[in-house]
Write a protein that binds this ligand. Structure first.
Ligand code: CA
Ligand code: CA
Length: 299
């Protein structure tokens, strides 16, 4: 047999001729006329986590057991996030795992309405952290004694995405400081880092947030470039003696990871940036909410 292969020009012409028939038979992508080769099935999928309506569950045995108690035990939780406007299937859903552990003197705390690694409701039960109108994942902690040694004592939250995500952002709320005259209780300090996936789907090379949206509209507000030397902290730093209310935006930072860059894991470190003697063993809290991200469509 000596059947000549069709020329490249012929193949392209054939594809150009048959493509409209396929589009007419199915959905016509709005962007078809723009020249892109994408189809609706390959379009990115968008995800938005609402803890309040989610299936979030924790490893109950490792949570801080009773009110006004502390623990040094690690704990974990899982939540499933479904895409918006796309059928929730095994292929499209993404499970997030959150794992909390402690270094140095920092302990998980269960106090009043706030229990570490559970979903918080603000004072008054308004289900609103940082003025977002949303529930948040609670990081509630204090030291095992009344002497703070800064980042040497911290909680580390690791967030692992079952499948790598892109365009990740989330909001940390209630980054504040409290100065109950004459001594300090806490200065919240937060560091966020991440990792891209490696070749086998685990955590690979580092990827850092490339932008932070600080609250600058209140008399508290937030600051910091997100490095260990310049962690996310309160702009007010407790100078007024008052803290940010749990449902105020005055302690908010929106964390943005680089555009179109895959993220497999995120690490959030949370510590008391005071040094020396602190009141109430440095009892302090932040909340994580408004996770949004994308994933390439399945086609
Ligand atoms: Ca506060
Ligand atoms: Ca706080």
């Amino acid at each position: 047999m000596n059947t000549p292969a069709p020329s490249r020009r012929a193949v392209i012409r054939t594809a150009a001729w048959t493509a409209p028939a396929v589009i007419v038979a199915g959905n016509t992508p709005a962007f078809a006329a723009s020249g892109t080769t994408s189809t609706a099935a390959c379009a990115p999928m968008y995800y938005s986590l609402d803890w309040g309506t989610s299936d979030y569950t924790t490893t109950a045995g490792s949570l801080v057991p009773t009110t006004n108690s502390i623990t040094s035990s690690s704990s974990s939780g899982t939540v499933t996030v479904s895409p918006t406007g796309v059928a929730a299937t095994t292929a499209t859903k993404i499970r997030m795992t959150v794992n909390s552990s402690f270094t140095g003197r920092t302990r998980g705390l269960n106090v009043s309405n706030f229990r570490n690694m559970t979903l918080s409701h603000s004072y008054g039960g308004s289900s609103d952290v940082g003025g977002t109108g949303k529930v948040g994942l609670t990081l509630m902690q204090r030291l095992s004694n009344s002497t703070s040694n800064g980042r040497n004592s911290r909680q580390t939250l690791t967030i692992t995405f079952e499948k790598p995500v892109k365009n990740l952002s989330f909001t940390i709320t209630d980054i504040d400081a409290y100065n109950p005259n004459p001594s300090y209780q806490y200065t919240d300090a937060v560091l966020v880092t991440g990792n891209q996936p490696n070749a086998t789907g685990g955590a690979g090379v580092a990827v850092l947030p490339d932008r932070f949206t600080h609250d600058t509209t209140t008399n508290h507000g937030t600051q910091g470039s997100g490095t260990a030397a310049s962690p996310l902290t309160s702009r007010n730093n407790g100078r007024s003696g008052t803290a940010v209310d749990t449902n105020s935006r005055g302690g908010n930072v929106i964390v943005h990871f680089p555009t179109d860059t895959e993220v497999k894991t995120v690490t959030v470190e949370f510590w008391n940036n005071r040094s020396g003697s602190v009141t109430s063993n440095g009892q302090q809290a932040i909340f994580l909410t408004d996770f949004t991200f994308t994933r390439d469509g399945i086609c």
